[in-house]
Design a protein around this ligand. Structure first.
Ligand SMILES: [Zn+2]
Length: 167
């Protein structure tokens, strides 16, 4: 089983927690769908996804920026995921920080990009997502079409793409 380390050193507590949740929940999806890769937060694998925040990404964005490098044989070398420093959501009483579920979806989407899934389709890998405010921040979601995330869910197409990359 291929192992990929997700390095979250230096992230804020909120982003670190969101990344850990994304790793846990993506691993559950990968296992259920028989995608042969395991993410490990700050793991020992030489294949590393480095995660950092980038102040040039706007706070109203629901997308990070990811670059990923593979060798000519299709093996992953490394990836860098950049996340917005703060993600905000409009509420009737003004702007507040988006809840942990929204951060988890943003991180999870970009981790899947980091694993070589370049295209957008639906579910977690939708191009366009809309913030939906919960009564509490913990209930905030992102909506992609008719689907609300979290939980992290991959389309059949994304599962096939990841299987082609990771076996
Ligand atoms: Zn994307």
């Amino acid at each position: 089983m291929a192992r990929v380390s997700v390095k979250i050193v230096g992230l804020s507590a909120d982003w670190a927690a969101a990344c850990r949740q994304a790793v846990t929940h993506l691993n559950a999806v990968f296992s259920a769908k028989r995608i042969k890769v395991v993410l490990e937060t700050n793991g020992a694998s030489v294949t590393v996804i480095s995660v950092r925040t980038d102040a040039s990404i706007q706070g109203n964005a629901v997308h990070g920026r990811t670059t990923s490098e593979f060798n000519s044989a299709g093996g992953m070398l490394r990836a860098e995921v950049r996340l917005p420093v703060n993600v905000t959501i409009n509420t009737p009483s003004g702007l507040r920080n988006a809840g942990p579920g929204i951060l988890e979806v943003i991180a999870g989407h970009d981790f899947v990009h980091a694993l070589g899934h370049d295209e957008h389709n639906s579910h977690l890998m939708s191009q366009t997502m809309y913030k939906e405010m919960g009564d509490r921040a913990a209930q905030d979601k992102l909506r992609a079409g008719a689907i609300h995330l979290p939980p992290l869910a991959l389309s059949d197409k994304s599962v096939a793409t990841l299987k082609a990359l990771w076996g």
